[in-house]
Design a protein around this ligand. Structure first.
Ligand SMILES: NC(=O)C1=CN([C@@H]2O[C@H](COP(=O)(O)OP(=O)(O)OC[C@H]3O[C@@H](n4cnc5c(N)ncnc54)[C@H](OP(=O)(O)O)[C@@H]3O)[C@@H](O)[C@H]2O)C=CC1
Ligand SMILES: Nc1nc(=O)c2c([nH]1)NC[C@@H]1CN(c3ccc(C(=O)N[C@@H](CCC(=O)O)C(=O)O)cc3)C=[N+]21
Length: 312
């Protein structure tokens, strides 16, 4: 029987394990604060930021939110980051991506104080990760590690294919999996848009991590029996478009109301037939990303307060 991995359940368990860490910090007089910065009108970005803020409020992390007009000059964002870097109530800073075209994304990520960089995107934190001395592990790959661990999926000696080489998912995922550690020790192949014969690579894998941002790129014909499939993709696909191309698609009422449906990078129905275990979209990797953001914010606060909180 194929296991459908319940990301919400695993995320809830880790979140519950974070509660005592917050109590330890409270005893030391610290309430962690996460600043979110949104410079976009994009509906998906607004949704993700509000989910992050809600998760902070639910756990007892202070959420401090800033919005900038997408047409504002890049300097307005740099100035805001400088203020947040200097604000003692702020332990973590998350600038929601993507940013408008006129803003240099890498310059923005480098402007964030690396000790407040709870995304783990600053070059200092990337360097630490690659050299095996991580401070903040990027939330999505870290969440995937937690998910594999919770499901008892052994990475040591496993052939893992990561589809995607972005700085936010694919590359840090590959870096974590090759580390000499209990949750690493995998043999990793990183695929991307110039990869020749992707299906041959994924068919040879014990674990496939799909993070290409291409709806249903990976289907069952590209997988061997027994594979663990981790679907990172969260793609909004127009409901009417999808209905006309596939009359079998079952969309619920809420999809119709929203006008879009969430689709992963994996074609779930055919992949499920081959996989040993598979994450759904929604309800797979996404909830873990948010939980690991809370984790990193607590870590940032504990490093600053110099208090050992025994993170899970
Ligand atoms: N669940 C979660 O928590 C999160 C989900 N996401 C989702 O994950 C997906 C990936 O995000 P992100 O990494 O930011 O995306 P990017 O667009 O930054 O990167 C996509 C990567 O996939 C590669 N790629 C694109 N098309 C193909 C193809 N046909 N075959 C093989 N590789 C391909 C690209 O190759 P190349 O480098 O050659 O262009 C690139 O390396 C998106 O759907 C995003 O919404 C992202 C973050 C968190
Ligand atoms: N600085 C920065 N850091 C990020 O970590 C970051 C970012 N920018 N920009 C965009 C991507 C995407 N991302 C997601 C997080 C959670 C879900 C998530 O929880 N998804 C739910 C469904 C959400 C819905 O209903 O729309 C799920 O999969 O179950 C999805 C996507 C973080 N990202």
């Amino acid at each position: 029987m194929t296991r459908i991995i319940d990301g919400n359940e695993i995320a809830d368990r880790i979140t519950a394990d974070l509660e005592p860490c917050l109590e330890t910090l409270a005893d030391a007089g610290t309430t962690p604060g996460l600043a979110t910065v949104l410079m976009s009108d994009d509906g998906a970005s607004e949704t993700y930021v509000s989910m992050k803020r809600q998760a902070c409020n639910d756990l007892g992390i202070e959420s401090i939110h800033h919005e900038l007009d997408p047409d504002a000059p890049a300097d307005a964002l740099f100035d805001r980051i400088d203020e947040l870097n200097d604000d003692p109530a702020v332990h973590g800073i998350l600038v929601q991506l993507p940013l408008p075209d006129h803003v240099d994304r890498q310059a923005v990520l480098e402007r964030i104080d690396p000790r407040k960089d709870v995304d783990g995107f600053h070059p200092e934190n990337v360097g630490r990760l690659v050299t095996g001395t991580p401070r903040f592990k990027p939330c999505t790959p870290h969440g995937i590690q937690k998910l594999l661990e919770a499901e008892g999926v052994e990475t040591e000696g496993a052939d893992v294919v990561v589809v995607g080489r972005s700085n936010i998912v694919g590359k840090p995922m590959a870096n974590l999996l090759v580390q000499k550690s209990d949750t690493g020790n995998a043999t990793v192949t990183v695929c991307h848009s110039r990869t020749d014969d992707l299906a041959a690579k994924t068919r040879d894998a014990d674990v496939v991590v799909a993070a290409a941002g291409v709806p249903e790129l990976i289907d069952g014909s590209m997988l061997s029996p027994g594979t663990t499939v981790i679907d990172v993709g969260v793609n909004r696909v127009d409901v009417s478009e999808r209905r006309s191309e596939d009359s079998q698609t079952s969309s619920d009422q809420s999809d119709t109301e929203k006008g879009y449906e969430l689709v992963g990078d994996v074609e779930f129905e055919s992949a499920k037939e081959k996989a040993d275990a598979i994450t759904p979209v929604p309800g797979g990797v996404g909830p873990l990303t948010i939980t690991m953001l809370l984790y990193n914010t607590i870590k940032a606060a504990s490093l600053r307060a110099d208090v050992d909180v025994s993170l899970p």
